[in-house]
Unconditional design. Structure first.
Length: 118
């Protein structure tokens, strides 16, 4: 499941991911991010991973398709999670030009929110 986190900013999209993530969960968010990428110069994304049990293959492929299409649309990404596997997206994101990505622990949630808005 994916739920919104409101940052009251046109260029920041906040998401809370929990339980099982499916393609049906990803599609509306990919559409929203696509629309926002056309409306603003650079986007920022804030994601909280909380007890994510699984991500289906179709969801992962949908996410990858979006990521490849919008490589240059993001300037910052904050990932909040206690899972070590989320280090991989932050590592890969930091290899992309002009994208600053950081991972934060759940106890650093407020620090992550401040960082994504700064």
């Amino acid at each position: 499941m994916i739920q919104p986190i409101d940052f009251q900013s046109d260029n920041i999209v906040g998401l809370r991911m929990t339980d099982k993530i499916t393609e049906a969960d990803i599609k509306p968010w990919a559409t929203l991010l696509d629309q926002k990428s056309h409306a603003t110069d650079k986007l920022r994304v804030y994601i909280e991973y909380e007890d994510v049990d699984a991500i289906t293959l179709k969801a992962a492929l949908q996410d990858l398709k979006f990521d490849v299409t919008h490589l240059g649309d993001f300037e910052k990404a904050a990932l909040v999670s206690d899972k070590s596997w989320t280090n991989l997206p932050a590592f890969v994101a930091n290899m992309l030009p002009n994208l600053d990505a950081k991972q934060f622990s759940p106890s650093e949630k407020e620090k992550a929110r401040q960082w994504i808005t700064s």
